[in-house]
Design a protein around this ligand. Sequence first.
Ligand code: SAM
Length: 258
Amino acid sequence: MSQLTEQEPGLLRESSVDYRDPEKGRAVRTMFAGIAHCYDRLNHILSFNRDKAWRRIAVKMTTVPAGARILDVCCGTGDMALAYYAGGIKSGGQPATISGADFTPEMLAIARPKSERVRAGIAWLAADTLQLPFPSNHFDVCSVAFGIRNVQDVSAGIAEMTRVLKPGGQVVILEFTQPKGRLMQRLCRWYLTRMLPRIGHVLSRSKEKAYSYLPDSIALFPGPDELKAIMEARGLKDVRFRLLTFGLVSVHIGTKRS
Ligand SMILES: C[S@@+](CC[C@H](N)C(=O)[O-])C[C@H]1O[C@@H](n2cnc3c(N)ncnc32)[C@H](O)[C@@H]1O
């Protein structure tokens, strides 16, 4: 992780979340509680609506057996779980049982009515990704979209996601990453450090500087190869990844070893 910080020294900005702080979980929860009301709108605006396509692609890349049990962690306002629901409807297969877990109740409060509106029957629960209240070997798919970067210990979070999976089940991680080319890196740095925090602060009025935290957390997150190595070290095999939108986002998928 420190490698990325050295590569991109200009990306780090002051935010109210300290990554090395064991209390990071509480700060992250407070921050998301403060922006829950406008999270979806800002997501769509700041990503130029690409966030919906990114989730759809991740769902398409997942192998979902008939009648699968799916768990989406750090589910926030529920769009990834809802994308699995929509993907299941399109494929016309036996419907999956879908659960969404997040430790910020304010985010879940937005997710619930959204799924009720489409009668998705998704079970929402307040839970920490580092301590999931499920038995081992239970789910066929455990996904996380733009969430694992926020978990205090990324590797431990992936280990916990893997624990609740059945052998042969898949962990799916959709996350921001730093693009490779110089030009894209510059453009990305300009957008993330100059534009996004300003638009984000104005529209969200976040006291916790949530939209300065975003570029910081991306800068500190492992690159695609490093993330793949972490997944392999945590019990996943056949780990592959695909880069999306000029390498700004990655989808990693790995299968739990038997
Ligand atoms: C950027 S949002 C992503 C929401 C959603 N998955 C999406 O695709 O938009 C990150 C979410 O992760 C949650 N989160 C962060 N750390 C967590 C943890 N340790 N356990 C559970 N949820 C966590 C936050 O509460 C927040 O809702």
